[in-house]
Design a protein around this ligand. Structure first.
Ligand code: NOJ
Ligand code: CA
Length: 569
């Protein structure tokens, strides 16, 4: 596949973008891409999230699997991604589709085997792609051997590996804390008369990170996957590892911060030590392994703290202050992106706008008229700033959510007779427009979106103006243009609240300006904040084709994006 790059003639507005193929489309061999950026690989990476159940089925059972991912590695290499984050593929009763792990060191038969994992790592490595394992370290399944032992008797040595409390004097749960998934965060164990704590489902009991044996066992799990070739971990639910030891009652949990940000259930100071120790485990392995954290915080100062006082905890905390934005508002995005660049102590920001827990970008931000163009704009918001970008599978095609009526009809298995609302963004990867969308020869576990007839890899490969080619061009810029590979970030002003702009600057003062129009009307913007005498030159990438700048003034089409070369004085 050749990703094409739209280049505009210098000096005057040009209706037709000239399409040129950038240098050879495929990086040859393992790690062969010459890094333009100093520092560890993850500081500038594009990490592609694969919902394993939905990416590629290799054995005709309608469920995606590890072998399927191996079969699609060439596509991922051509797209230019640096690493994959695989959602949990371990044995699980699937109450939360793998986020309820019953064995941390094996592969669920529905996803394959450890041998399939080894082959995937080997083949990915040959293509210069690393793999992150999803480490669900806040809770296990209630079917995990650890919990079965803990539950078997109050004096079982593993009892304290979980969080148990006596009920309140009126026979109810120990306090009024709520689960993030709704309902009380406590479930009674009738045999012992005690309650166990679960911030998610009752089938997902929280482990007790204060217990040294539990801690050691979890670190052993990390070592298992690192020895088996993992390049690090996406850490699930990190804010919730430790609870307030006083378990203070909260008779009104519905008031104050949302249930996922209560001072007693999240962001506890004790968590820092756990994460420092886990980071030290990674430090014993070669290849700069990384921790990518699911680190929801209330503000940028709390996010800065997740990196650790000495930057020795999570290298890549996901920025939910941006990831949870639901409206395309230019001043909000500008403030949040500027904050991520300037208020995290120089650490690497992590940008994402979708995941297996969120709506897809095409659906969340689309206005019903300009959705494809908006998908290109939101791609630019995550891929053009300095930092690490997460790309959820299928976003590069403009995949949309399954509509609620289709989701309501989907029957997906005995544990979940009805689809979860989040399943809207988990439909099969759209490889072709044929029935089965190239995902499986059998009916898929969740139906493919009807729009797959238009939005699929095969069709978009053939269309140089497709969302797929736009993603390819942006990723290529990150690898091949020094300003995007390792340049600094410079916030800019545009004098127009419907737009935002920033620059990426190389050490020699040259670079590029990224300008975006977040409105459905054409907008004019006048860039200020550039270094003295720096000049805007030609548009190097735009959608739709943008007018060349007149001095510092640019005109952008509805939801238009232009990346303009900046020349040093
Ligand atoms: C966060 C995961 O992303 C989500 O899918 C899961 O349900 C919860 N953590 C519980 O593990
Ligand atoms: Ca399968």
């Amino acid at each position: 596949m050749n990703f094409l790059f739209s280049l505009q003639r210098r000096g005057r507005a040009c209706g037709l973008a000239i399409l040129i193929a950038l240098a050879g489309s495929v990086a040859p061999g393992a790690g062969a891409r010459e890094p333009l950026a100093p520092g560890p690989w993850w500081q500038h990476a594009v990490i592609y999230e694969i919902y394993v159940r939905s990416f590629q089925d290799s054995n005709g059972d309608g469920i995606g699997d590890l072998k399927g991912i191996t079969q699609r590695l060439d596509y991922l290499q051509e797209l230019g991604v640096d690493a994959l984050w695989l959602t949990p593929f371990f044995p699980s009763p699937n109450f939360d589709f793998g986020y309820d792990v019953s064995d941390y060191t094996d592969v669920s038969p529905e996803y394959g085997s450890l041998a399939d994992w080894d082959e995937l790592v080997r083949e990915a490595d040959r293509r210069g792609i690393r793999i992150l394992v999803d480490f669900v370290l806040n809770h296990t399944s209630d079917q995990h051997a650890w919990f079965r032992a803990a539950r078997s008797a109050r004096d079982n040595p593993k009892r304290d590996w979980y969080v148990w409390r006596k009920g309140s004097s009126d026979g109810g749960p120990p306090n009024h804390w709520q689960s993030i998934f709704g309902g009380p965060a406590w479930t009674l164990d009738p045999a012992s008369g005690e309650w166990y704590y679960h911030i998610f489902l009752p089938q997902q009991p929280d482990v007790n990170w204060n217990n040294p044996q539990l801690r050691a066992a979890m670190f052993e799990v990390a070592g298992f996957w690192l020895r088996r070739g993992a390049a690090g971990f996406r850490l699930d639910a990190t804010p919730y590892l430790v609870e307030d030891p006083a378990f203070p009652d909260d008779p009104h949990p519905e008031s104050g911060p949302p249930v996922w940000l209560k001072p007693y259930n999240s962001g506890r100071p004790e968590t820092h030590e756990v994460l420092r120790q886990l980071r030290a485990v990674l430090g014993g392995f070669a290849g700069d392994p990384v921790l990518l954290g699911e680190s929801a915080t209330a503000n940028i100062a709390e996010l800065a703290a997740v990196y650790g006082k000495n930057h020795d905890e999570i290298q890549l905390p996901m920025n939910f202050l941006i990831g949870n934005l639901q409206a395309l508002d230019a001043p909000t995005f500008k403030r949040q992106i500027d904050d991520a660049q300037l208020k995290l102590g120089g650490q690497t920001p992590v940008f994402f706008l979708s995941s297996h827990d969120h709506s897809r970008q095409w659906s969340a931000f689309g206005d019903g008229t300009h959705n494809d163009q908006i998908a290109k704009l939101t791609a630019s918001l995550t891929l053009a700033p300095r930092g690490t970008a997460l790309l959820y599978y299928g976003e590069e095609l403009g995949m949309g959510d399954l509509p609620p009526q289709e989701l309501a009809q989907a029957r997906i298995g005995p544990k979940r007779p009805r689809a979860d609302e989040r399943d809207r963004a988990r439909s099969p990867m759209q490889w072709t427009g044929a029935s089965g969308v190239g995902f499986s020869s059998a009916p898929a576990w969740l139906p493919a979106a009807r729009a797959a007839a238009t939005y699929n890899v095969a069709a978009e490969r053939a269309d140089p103006d497709s969302i797929l080619h736009w993603y390819g061009a942006l990723i290529r810029l990150r690898h091949e243009d020094p300003a995007f590979a390792s340049g600094s970030y410079l916030p800019l002003e545009t004098g127009n609240a419907q737009t935002l702009a920033f620059a990426r600057m190389s050490a020699d003062g040259s670079g590029a300006v990224v300008a975006l129009n977040a409105s459905a009307q054409e907008q004019e913007l006048r860039i200020t904040g550039l270094p003295a005498h720096a000049q805007l030159r030609e548009v190097i990438l735009s959608s739709p084709a943008a007018h060349a700048p007149a001095g510092a003034t640019l005109r952008l089409a509805p939801y238009g994006v232009a990346i303009v070369r900046l020349v040093a004085p």
